[in-house]
Write a protein that binds this ligand. Structure first.
Ligand SMILES: [Zn+2]
Length: 410
C-alpha cells in the first residue's frame, strides 16, 4: 500500500469517526428488546403496514402461513415481554398477535390475519449511531389463491432454528477445530508494491509470511494458508474470496509501505473503516457468489434486503473481533519492544479488509522509506522476532475470542 502523507492523515481522522460511531461490542451479546412505544401494525388503503422497533438489529425472516392465515416473524433473539396487543394492533385486518421465545436463541412473533395478505416488502434499517433497528413490512390485500400460493416456510439454509444444543451464532468460528489463519503477502507478480534502495515489498512480505507460517505451525492446533505461495499477481478481491473459499477464521494482510516524505516508521495495524465499506462491499457481493460472503448462512435464495441486513450484522459481529486482533498485535509488538508507529491503530477502506464475517487486519510491518525499518525488514532474524510476536498475538486473540463467543452462546 502507498499513499501520500495527506491521505495518511485522512485515514487517522476517519479512525476517530469510526470509533465514535461503532456500536458498543457489548450490545451484541445482549438481547434485542421490542419497543412498544413506536411499534405499530396498522391497516392502510390496500393492505397492512407493520413497523417494529428493536433496541438492536438481529437476523430475521418473515413469511405467511395458511389455515389459519398468519404472518410469522422469526428473530434471533428478541425480548417481547413489553408487547401489548391492544397497543400494537391498529385495525381490523390483523386479529391478534402473540410473541415469545421458541427455543434458546430464537423468538417468534405471529400475527393472525383476518384476510388474505401477501408480503410485498421487508426492510430492516439499522441506525449506525445507536444500533437500533426498525423493521418495516408491507403486506398487500390479495385473493385466496395468491395467498395460498405465496404461503409457506421459506427454504433458506442456515435459517432453520438450531436443533437443541446447537446455539452457535452463525458467524463465530468453530471452537473445536484448529484456528484457520489466512496470511496475505501483499502485492506480487507485476505489482512489486513499495521499493526502496533494493528492498522490494512483494518479496519481503512473502518471506515474512513463510516465516510467520512456520512459527505458527510450531505452536500446533492451527492451519496456516497463504493467498499466494510465490511471486504472482493476485487481485484484492481474489484475496478476500480465497479467505472465504478456504474458510479462514482470520485474515492478516502483510505490507511495508514507503512514504515519499515524513519520517514515518514502525508497525501500523489497520482495520476496516465502516464508512468506506458499504457500496464497495455490495458490489463485491454482486460479483461473487453470495453464499461465499457469509459463511454459515446461505443467501442465494434470500432477497436483497435480507442479504444487506445480514452483511451489516455479520460486520457488527466481526468488527469488534477485528479490533481485538489489531490491538493484540500492537500489544505483542510493544511487549517485544519491536518498533511501533505513533499511530499504530488505524482504520481505512482497504478492499482486502472487506470480508463481512472474517476478522481482518492489515499489518504494515514498517516503512521501507525508513532506513531503520528497511534494515530490520531485510534482516531475517529481525523478521523472525516479528513473526514470533505476531504469532503470540494471534494465539492471545484466539483465546480472548473464544471466551467472548462463549458469552454470546451463554
Ligand atoms: Zn503494500
Amino acid at each position: 500500500m502507498s499513499w501520500s502523507p495527506l491521505q495518511a492523515q485522512e485515514q487517522t481522522q476517519s479512525q476517530t469517526q469510526a470509533q465514535s460511531q461503532a456500536p458498543a461490542p457489548a450490545a451484541l451479546s445482549g438481547l434485542a428488546r421490542f419497543d412498544p412505544e413506536t411499534s405499530r401494525v396498522a391497516d392502510t388503503n390496500g393492505g397492512v403496514q407493520v413497523d417494529l422497533d428493536l433496541s438492536q438489529g438481529v437476523p430475521y425472516r418473515a413469511y405467511t402461513l395458511d389455515a389459519p392465515k398468519r404472518l410469522v416473524l422469526d428473530f434471533r433473539e428478541v425480548d417481547f415481554s413489553t408487547l401489548s396487543a391492544t397497543r400494537l394492533l391498529q385495525g381490523d385486518k390483523v386479529l391478534a398477535v402473540r410473541a415469545g421465545k421458541i427455543r434458546p436463541g430464537w423468538s417468534r412473533m405471529v400475527l393472525d390475519l383476518n384476510a388474505p395478505l401477501v408480503l410485498r416488502s421487508a426492510n430492516m434499517a439499522i441506525d449506525r449511531a445507536t444500533g437500533r433497528a426498525a423493521l418495516s413490512l408491507w403486506l398487500e390485500d390479495t385473493d385466496a389463491d395468491e395467498f395460498a400460493a405465496s404461503a409457506g416456510v421459506p427454504d433458506i439454509a442456515g435459517w432453520a432454528p438450531p436443533k437443541p444444543g446447537e446455539g452457535k451464532p452463525p458467524v463465530a468460528r468453530d471452537p473445536h477445530g484448529p484456528l484457520r489463519v489466512m496470511l496475505d503477502p501483499g502485492h506480487g507478480g507485476i505489482d512489486p508494491g513499495a521499493e526502496a534502495d533494493g528492498a522490494v515489498e512483494k518479496e519481503l512480505m512473502l518471506s515474512f509470511a513463510r516465516q510467520l507460517k512456520e512459527v505458527l505451525l510450531r505452536g500446533g492446533d492451527v492451519e496456516v494458508m497463504l493467498t499466494r505461495e510465490d511471486d504472482h499477481f493476485v487481485s484484492l478481491e481474489r484475496r478476500v474470496a480465497i479467505a472465504h473459499e478456504r474458510k479462514a477464521d482470520i485474515f492478516i494482510s502483510l505490507h511495508a509501505d514507503a512514504l515519499s516524505e515524513g519520517g514515518a516508521r514502525g508497525a501500523t495495524v489497520y482495520t476496516l473503516d465502516p464508512d468506506a465499506s458499504d457500496a464497495a462491499s455490495r458490489a463485491l457481493a454482486e460479483r461473487h457468489e453470495r453464499d461465499d460472503l457469509l459463511s454459515g448462512v446461505d443467501l442465494s435464495q434470500s432477497d436483497d434486503v435480507v442479504a444487506d441486513v445480514l452483511m451489516d450484522l455479520a460486520r457488527l459481529e466481526s468488527r469488534p473481533r477485528s479490533d481485538l486482533l489489531a490491538r493484540a498485535i500492537v500489544l505483542a509488538l510493544r511487549e517485544e519492544q519491536l518498533p511501533v508507529n505513533n499511530h499504530a491503530l488505524r482504520a481505512a477502506g482497504f478492499s482486502v479488509l472487506k470480508s463481512p464475517d472474517i476478522p481482518s487486519v492489515l499489518l504494515e510491518l514498517g516503512f521501507l522509506s525508513s532506513e531503520s525499518d528497511r534494515g530490520n525488514l531485510l534482516d531475517e532474524e529481525w523478521r523472525n522476532h516479528m513473526a514470533v510476536a505476531v504469532a503470540d498475538a494471534i494465539r492471545a486473540w484466539a483465546i480472548a475470542d473464544e471466551a467472548a463467543a462463549e458469552l454470546v452462546r451463554q
